[in-house]
Design a protein around this ligand. Structure first.
Ligand code: SDX
Length: 376
């Protein structure tokens, strides 16, 4: 038996670290990064400003923002052996598995790979944020049998992502919606993937190793994989007229509906409210309004029946779909936002580190004698 506090399943409610990055008020459904309300940041800040805020603790002044933007633009290329690697991967490779491999390969090339100093980690955070976007798009092009689209040098981080994915320079409205999505996904306190990066960092391992772990955690359908699952649910329903019958069936069979519920938010996920408005606009603009209508109707039915709230992944699904993002790239897109928060937490963990090592409650058999195999 272990001494000390008893088992807390899923570490629910356990405070594992102090952090200056994210203030998450689950009771009142409020969220802020570094003291700035998420609604303000999503409306007014570019993703580059939010990344700078997370890495440095303050919003950038003009010269600092310009310096970050040029560092991000300079780091958009990925090594040739990574592009080659994408061409050699099985075409059906899950994009999140390809991304995890890509992070490891990028670590092989990063000049600061084993330097855990704050300055080196900030450099790596910016480089990897940029390279991750290129890697996601380059893998998608390779698995589609196409050549990668070289990154632009003049577009914003968000607009360049969409350009590398589609080959078209996005409109200002679409680029802003995608930019705000990256901000909304950038950071979220001690979620499973961020906590994973902290555990790996606490052993004094390096940033790329920690991010590769975070990618693995985000892949799961209970976490980042939920967005893709929401879109597949909407596609399964097919039409607005089918929502009631689907809801009745799902409730009757106690089906776990992706995009609903949250470990911390009980009064509503503030990001979902913002994404709902963006999804309405984007679905209308793209002539695919039915996905938004279906989501709203499903939300109302499930909330009325079970009191479950939609989380960040519920309305980002129709939004991403209307922006032309392939469904199995939804989770990599979430990673393209969360890389800012993962790396900020890695920096913070290194700055005030203690090995993260909880206990296990033993429930196996008591002590017993050994018997050689011929006596068993
Ligand atoms: C993200 O932690 C973060 O911050 C994550 C995230 C971030 O930004 O990093 O916000 C991003 O991961 C959002 C969540 C995405 N995942 C999903 O949408 C998957 C579906 N949601 C659930 O599996 C669930 O709500 C969790 C995993 C999100 C939270 O689960 P908890 O806190 O462990 O709650 P639970 O599973 O114990 O559920 C409590 C009750 C249960 O009822 P009982 O069995 O006790 O009667 O609520 C029910 C559950 O059955 N319930 C659901 C449900 N979620 C909870 N029932 C049906 N469908 C659901 N989605």
């Amino acid at each position: 038996m272990t001494e000390g506090p008893s088992l807390i399943r899923g570490l629910e409610g356990v405070v594992a670290a102090e952090t200056r990055l994210c203030d998450l008020d689950g009771k009142n459904g409020r969220l802020a990064y570094g003291g700035y309300d998420i609604d303000e940041l999503a409306r007014h800040a570019a993703f580059e400003e939010v990344a700078y805020l997370l890495w440095h603790g303050e919003l950038p002044r003009p010269a600092e923002l310009a310096e970050l933007k040029s560092a991000l633009a300079a780091a958009r290329q990925i090594p040739g052996d990574l592009s080659q690697g994408f061409r050699l991967m099985p075409r059906a490779t899950d994009p999140m598995r390809a991304l995890q491999a890509a992070v490891a390969i990028l670590g092989m090339h990063d000049p600061d790979a084993t330097d855990n100093s704050q300055a080196a980690n900030r450099r790596k955070a910016a480089r990897l944020t940029s390279q991750l976007a290129t890697a996601i798009c380059a893998h998608h092009r390779a698995r589609s049998g196409k050549e990668p689209i070289p990154p632009s040098t003049d577009l914003s981080h968000a607009a360049n992502f969409l350009y590398m994915l589609t080959g078209e320079r996005p409109s200002a409205v679409i680029a802003k919606a995608f930019d705000a999505s990256l901000t909304l996904y950038a950071e979220h306190e001690m979620n499973a993937s961020t906590f994973t990066t902290r555990v790996i960092t606490s052993t004094q391992s390096d940033l790329h190793s920690a991010v590769a772990g975070g990618v693995g955690a985000l892949k799961g359908p209970l976490h980042g994989g939920a967005g893709e699952a929401v879109m597949r649910t909407l596609m399964e329903i097919g039409e607005v007229a089918n929502v009631d019958a689907f809801s009745d069936q799902a409730l009757a069979t106690k089906r776990r509906l992706m995009g609903f519920g949250h470990r911390v938010y009980k009064a509503g996920d503030p990001r979902a409210a913002i994404l709902r408005g963006m999804a309405e606009e984007a679905c209308r603009q793209s002539g695919q309004f039915k996905w938004y209508e279906m989501a709203v109707k499903l939300h109302a039915r499930i909330n009325a029946a079970k009191g479950l709230i939609p989380n960040v992944d519920f309305y980002s699904a129709p939004l991403f779909y209307s922006l032309g993002i392939p469904v199995d790239l939804f989770t990599p897109v979430i990673a393209a936002g969360r890389i800012a928060g993962w790396t900020a937490n890695i920096i913070e963990q290194h700055d005030d580190n203690r090995l993260i090592r909880p206990r296990g409650e033993y429930t196996g058999p008591g002590r017993r004698p050994w018997f050689p195999i011929d006596k068993r």
